[in-house]
Design a binder for this molecule. Structure first.
Ligand code: GLU
Length: 238
């Protein structure tokens, strides 16, 4: 189970994500991590154990355009800092948080290793960052949403994903299949989370994403997608 939180736009993304992770602690986890983008680029911090260990190592008041966070319940690779999320691509420009299990991770990892990619973790998740980075650099030429949409059909298994790129400080791409994901719609900010609880202190407007949907979150807009196209969505009140 475990959880994902993301925040983009007006407010304090790092603080909102740490607070949100605390609201998801009930789901169980063994480690936690945060990724954010500030003026210098993409940063991450990860730690084993409680969200308190994580928040002790991060300046929650620091400026950021966005943040994504994760509580991990290890399925592939022991609970350790190097296996905690976010996971990065080899160049450190794409960061991924993931709940769920990628069944075909070994084959995908072998494919990436054959291309010369080195892996830093034992997780099934890291391969997603490598695949997205490849699409991002090649077929999709710097379009993170397109790159993610290209990779999703290659993944067997379950996922709730939050993905960011240091080149696109105004965008969080999220997607789900089999694992829950809710978008929160604010005024000048938007959020993503595994359930509505991290979102509720900020806004009452939520969108319960359906299986196989992706969503592009910007500070002023939320675009729900299915099969590479815009999809209709309905807003619920919490
Ligand atoms: N399978 C991933 C891992 O072991 C994600 C586990 C989770 O859902 O937290 O890192």
């Amino acid at each position: 189970m475990c959880g994902i939180v993301g925040f983009i736009g007006k407010g304090n993304p790092i603080q909102a994500v740490i607070d949100g992770l605390r609201k998801l602690e009930y789901r169980g986890y063994d480690s936690a991590g945060l990724g954010w983008i500030d003026r210098q680029g993409l940063k991450t911090f990860r730690s084993v154990g409680r969200v308190d260990n994580l928040s002790a190592g991060i300046d929650a008041k620091a400026e950021a355009s966005l943040a994504i966070g994760h509580t991990r319940w290890a399925t592939h690779g022991r609970p350790a800092e190097e296996n905690a999320h976010p996971h990065l691509d080899p160049t450190g420009r794409i960061a991924v948080v993931h709940n769920g299990i990628i069944e075909n991770w070994a084959a995908l990892r072998a494919e990436m290793e054959a291309l010369g990619n080195a892996f830093r973790s034992e997780t099934d998740t890291e391969v997603i960052a490598h695949l997205v980075a490849r699409e991002y650099a090649e077929g999709c030429k710097g379009d993170l949403l397109k790159a993610v949409e290209k990779v999703l059909p290659r993944l067997d298994g379950t996922f709730a994903l939050g993905i960011i790129s240091s080149d696109q400080p105004g965008l969080i791409v999220a997607a789900r299949r089999g694992s829950p994901l809710v978008a929160g719609l604010g005024d000048g900010f938007n959020m993503i989370a595994s359930d509505a609880m991290p979102i509720a202190p900020f806004t009452s407007k939520v969108v319960y994403l359906e299986d196989n949907q992706a969503v592009a979150l910007r500070s002023g807009s939320v675009e729900v997608r299915k099969d590479g196209r815009k999809a209709d969505f309905s807003i619920s009140e919490v």
